[in-house]
Design a protein around this ligand. Structure first.
Ligand code: TYD
Length: 225
C-alpha cells in the first residue's frame, strides 16, 4: 500500500486509542499495517525518548530538545518507516515532524524556518500522505491524561497551560496551511464517531493508491541498522 499516515494532537487527544482501532480495522481488511510512534519506535529512539521526557531534566534548552526529537525521528525514518513503505506497508505513526513545529516551534516560540530545514534533513524529505489531527481543548486534554495515568506524566506535559495553548493554535495554523494533507477532527466526539471519520478518509486514500510515499525514491531505500 505504501501509505504514510501520521497522527497529531495536543495531550490527551486520544491518538493512541484511534491508532489501535484503525490498525485493527485495516488488518481485518487484509491491509498490511505497521504502527509506530515518536519519540521512540527504535532502540536508539527509545533511549533518546527517556532523556527527552524525564521530568527531572528541567534544564533542557529548546534547541537541544528540538535536535533530540529530530535525532530520534531520523533513526525511525531510516530504520523503520522507509523500509516498511518500501515493503508496501501502510505506516501509522503516532506523532511526526509536525509535532516539532507545533511544540518546539509554536510552543517554545522558536522560528519555524530553521525547524522546517531540520525536519527536511532528519526525514530526508519524507512527508506523510495524510495527517490526522485530533483537536481538543487543552484543559480537557490535560485532564484526561492526568486521570488516565499519572505514572506516564512527562516533562512536556508538565509545561504551563499557555505553552499547550500555543501548541494547539500552532497545529490549527499548520492544518489550515495544508488542507489537502490534514484531516482535522473534533476529538470531543465519541470514540466511534472519530473512528468512523478516520476510516472513511483512509479508505478513500487507499482507493486512490498513490504510487509511492513522497520522498521514498524507489530502489534507493536502504535499511540502516
Ligand atoms: P507521549 O507520552 O508519547 O505523549 P502523547 O501520547 O501525547 O504522544 O510524549 C511525547 C511528548 O513529546 C508529548 O508531550 C509531545 C512531545 N513532543 C514534542 O514536543 N516534539 C516532538 O517532535 C514530538 C514527536 C513530541
Amino acid at each position: 500500500m505504501s501509505l504514510f499516515v501520521t497522527f497529531e494532537g495536543p495531550e490527551g487527544s486520544g491518538k493512541s486509542t484511534q491508532i489501535r482501532r484503525l490498525a485493527a480495522a485495516l488488518e481485518a481488511q487484509n491491509v498490511p499495517v505497521l504502527v509506530t510512534r515518536e519519540p521512540g519506535g527504535t532502540a536508539i529512539g527509545n533511549a533518546v525518548r527517556a532523556i527527552l521526557l524525564d521530568p527531572a531534566r528541567t534544564e533542557m534548552s529548546p534547541r537541544a530538545e528540538t535536535l533530540l526529537f529530530h535525532a530520534a525521528r531520523a533513526q525511525l525514518v531510516d530504520q523503520v518507516i522507509r523500509p516498511a513503505l518500501a515493503a508496501g506497508q501502510l505506516v501509522l505513526c503516532d506523532r511526526y515532524a509536525d509535532s516539532t513545529l507545533a511544540y518546539q516551534g509554536y510552543g517554545h516560540g522558536q522560528p519555524l524556518a530553521p525547524l522546517r530545514l531540520l525536519a527536511d534533513y532528519a526525514t530526508g524529505g519524507l512527508t506523510p500522505h495524510l495527517t490526522i489531527y485530533l483537536d481538543i481543548d487543552v484543559r480537557e486534554g490535560l485532564l484526561r491524561k492526568q486521570v488516565g495515568s499519572v505514572d506516564e506524566w512527562n516533562r512536556m506535559e508538565d509545561k504551563a497551560l499557555a505553552f499547550h495553548q500555543a501548541v494547539r493554535l500552532g497545529y490549527l495554523a499548520l492544518a489550515e496551511a495544508e488542507p489537502d494533507r490534514w484531516l482535522v477532527i473534533d476529538a470531543a466526539q465519541s470514540i466511534e464517531e472519530i473512528h468512523g471519520a478516520i476510516l472513511t478518509r483512509l479508505q478513500a486514500l487507499i482507493a486512490t493508491k498513490p504510487p509511492a510515499a513522497r520522498g521514498v525514491a524507489g530502489n534507493s531505500i536502504v535499511q540502516k541498522e
